[in-house]
Design a binder for this molecule. Structure first.
Ligand code: PAF
Length: 190
């Protein structure tokens, strides 16, 4: 497993692979991985020559500071779980300034109003933050496929919308929700 902590070395590495016509899958996460995330990683491994997993707790998608501070972090365990699936995976664990530069701020996308209803009504700016970080990754690494859980269905619709409107080349792939034995959808917050 290769772990990159900065964008430029990862970009160089991917450039070489793309020159060799490798198909690249991307699984963005905020860490605290569970079987839901791991199912996305497995699907990506199955459908691509190479899989990149990002682990980045994106500050701009937290409307509540305490929620950000309390978000679970366990990188060593995350790397162990990924390594159990395959060692032929690239993991990107950036710091906020590698993603945002000096100004950690969301963009203001036209999300077709999809960001203003349901969860977006209660979490102001949340989906702009998600769209900002995801489009940043997709523009920077230009993966062929990117994988998102249907558990966060509104997020999946918004990301599909923004990739279409920005004409990004990445195909967004929605994946079924993975549940605990009692039926609860798996989540890092459980
Ligand atoms: O679903 C998540 O974990 C996050 O919203 C994502 C897509 C990794 C963006 O930070």
């Amino acid at each position: 497993m290769l772990v990159f902590r900065d964008n430029s070395t990862l970009q160089n590495h991917l450039k070489n692979l793309k020159n060799n016509n490798k198909i690249i899958g991307f699984v963005p996460t905020m860490g605290a991985l569970h079987n839901g995330h791991l199912s996305l990683v497995k699907k990506s491994i199955f459908q691509n020559d190479l899989t990149v997993v990002s682990i980045f707790i994106n500050p701009t998608q937290f409307d509540d500071k305490t929620d950000l501070e309390d978000y679970p972090v366990n990188i060593d365990e995350d790397l162990r779980l990924i390594g159990e699936i395959s060692n032929d995976i690239i993991v990107y664990v950036p710091k906020a300034n590698d993603v945002y530069g000096n100004i950690v701020k969301s963009e203001n996308f036209d999300l077709g109003g999809l960001d203003l209803v349901m969860e977006g009504e209660k979490r102001e700016g949340h989906f702009q933050g998600v769209a900002t970080v995801v489009t940043h990754f997709l523009k920077t690494f230009s993966p062929d496929h990117a994988y998102f859980g249907e558990k966060d269905f509104q997020q999946l619709l918004i990301i599909s919308h923004i990739t279409r409107s920005l004409k990004l080349k990445t195909k967004v792939v929605g994946c079924p929700t993975i549940r605990e034995s009692n039926g609860l959808a798996m989540s890092s917050r459980n």
